[in-house]
Design a protein around this ligand. Structure first.
Ligand code: 13P
Length: 255
């Protein structure tokens, strides 16, 4: 059975104290998570050592990072290697977020290196894909997203794919308040699963978790998570508020 996951991507928000308060608030009312229903918190690097201590006593809520370096170690000022993140207690890494592709010009080659680094350090990858508005308007989203997946994941083995989660984040719905309709979300998630099945076979495709991201919030999570191929969410803005994030976690619990 595939896992359902609600993952918080804090992006570049919250100072140390605000982050601590948010995590305390979430932990204070966290439902009983299981191996099949997990939560990931991905704060900025600065928070990681603090957040890992807060999460220590809790099960099935994991620490995530928002990025990692392409290289294993060395003279790369300002970068953070996957091995260093693992040593702090990080278990998931978000790779290929549209903001990193766009603002930091991350190429497919860079994403492949980051994914390889993460997997080599026994980390789970949350691989992000999704189309901009012009592609959606031209109805070319399936080809576009299929190519993103092919470029970044097709070199992996079936065994490695067990440590990969995919997040579909239509760029036109990120931080805009605009959400893909449940039909649009389900259609794309089913397409992504087909792409994975065609390359890696039925078992890998059936077991891979595909999260929805793009203005997923406490109001629309129940409806989105009810879609057959939507296995949870990667949440930005709504993950910065205790009540909204808990409501999204609860939507997963009952999905
Ligand atoms: P929002 O939930 O703020 O739209 O952000 C989505 C996202 O980019 C999560 O990675």
């Amino acid at each position: 059975m595939r896992k359902k996951i609600v993952a918080a991507n804090w992006k570049m928000n919250l100072n140390l104290e605000e982050g601590k308060t948010l995590v305390d608030g979430i932990l204070g009312n966290l439902p009983m998570l299981t191996k099949q229903k997990q939560v990931v918190i991905a704060p900025s690097f600065v928070h990681l050592s603090q957040t890992v201590v807060q999460l220590d006593e809790y099960e099935h809520i994991y620490l995530g990072a928002q990025n990692c370096a392409t290289e294993a170690s060395g003279a790369f000022t300002g970068e953070v290697a996957a091995s260093i993140l693992a040593s702090v207690g990080v278990q998931y890494i978000i790779i290929g977020h549209s903001e990193r592709r766009e603002y930091f010009k991350e190429s497919n080659e860079a994403l492949v290196k980051k994914i390889n680094q993460a997997l080599a350090n026994n980390l789970q990858v949350i691989f992000c894909c999704g189309e901009p508005l012009v592609i959606r308007d031209a109805n070319e989203q399936n080809t576009y997203v299929g190519k993103q997946i092919e470029a970044a994941l097709f070199h992996l083995s079936n065994e490695q794919m067990k440590n990969v989660v995919i997040a579909y984040e239509p760029i036109w719905a990120i931080g805009t308040g605009r959400t893909a309709s449940t039909e649009q979300a389900q259609e794309m998630h089913a397409h992504i699963r087909r792409v994975i099945v065609n390359k890696f076979g039925e078992a890998v495709g059936a077991n891979i978790s595909i999260l929805y991201g793009g203005s997923c919030n406490d109001k629309n999570a129940i409806e989105l998570f009810a879609c057959e191929d939507v296995d949870g969410g990667l949440i930005g803005g709504a993950a910065l508020k205790v009540d909204a994030f808990l409501a999204i976690i609860n939507a997963m619990m009952f999905a």
